[in-house]
Design a protein around this ligand. Structure first.
Ligand code: GAR
Length: 217
């Protein structure tokens, strides 16, 4: 079966990109990464792509006046590579309605919180300030409202006593690296349907045990 052609759009170090690259090394994985695009020149993620032999391009937003021309260039770059689905993996620009409409239900993002809690930036510091006992990450289809849209999957981790934002971020990031390849696989297999702005996923096994924090004694 043909693998879904995926473009990964990044702004930084690209550890989630790396997790997707590792997953897609398996020929049985239903998606292949055909292009990595960074809006920031010289990022670690671009080096990871090059090391993996994946075409990588920079579309520097600073070379454009306004978001729309930048996004049109981004779409053009992705389409020239034959991209069918776009993964935002640490892409730190807000995208506007035109881009989102163009890629409707073909654009997924990973966000480092259990949405709809803590959209936006500084999620880990805000989770700590709110005193939550579980934090985590979300993969979702992108909609016009920032960090909203039908949720494909979520992973939860405990918040531990003495956590700093950095310690929590590292724990969440490990979960991100497991969640994103799983969600991309489900989408690429055509098992994820969007209905009434939520998703239905075919053929899932029984859910795992609840993650309880504090751990029951
Ligand atoms: C990840 O934690 C991702 O969830 C977050 O940026 C980090 C990128 O790390 N994304 C956002 O905050 C999007 N608003 P990475 O470059 O190592 O994958």
């Amino acid at each position: 079966m043909a693998r879904l052609k995926v473009g990964v759009v990044i702004s930084g170090r690209g550890s989630n990109l790396q997790a997707l690259i590792e997953a897609a090394r398996d020929p049985a994985y239903p998606a292949e990464i055909v292009l990595v695009v960074s809006n920031v020149p010289g990022t670690g993620g671009l080096a990871r792509a090059e090391q993996a032999g994946i075409p990588a391009e920079t579309v520097d937003h600073r070379g454009f006046v306004g978001r729309q021309p930048f996004e049109e260039a981004l779409t053009g770059t992705l389409e020239r590579a034959g991209v069918e689905l776009v993964c935002l993996a640490g892409f730190m620009r807000i995208v506007t309605e035109g881009f989102i409409a163009h890629w409707h239900d073909r654009l997924i993002n990973i966000h480092p919180s259990l949405l709809p809690a803590f959209p936006g930036l500084d999620t880990h510091a805000r989770a700590l300030a709110a005193g939550v006992k579980l934090a985590g990450c979300t993969v979702h289809f992108v909609r016009a409202e920032v960090d909203h849209g039908p949720i494909v999957g979520q992973a939860a981790v405990p918040v531990l006593p003495g956590d700093t934002a950095d310690a929590l971020a590292a724990r969440v990031l490990e979960a991100e690296h497991r969640l994103f390849p799983l969600c991309l696989r489900l989408v690429a297999e055509g098992r994820v349907r969007v209905a009434h702005e939520a998703t239905e996923i075919d053929g899932l096994g029984p859910p795992g045990a609840p993650l309880i924090n504090p751990a029951p004694e």
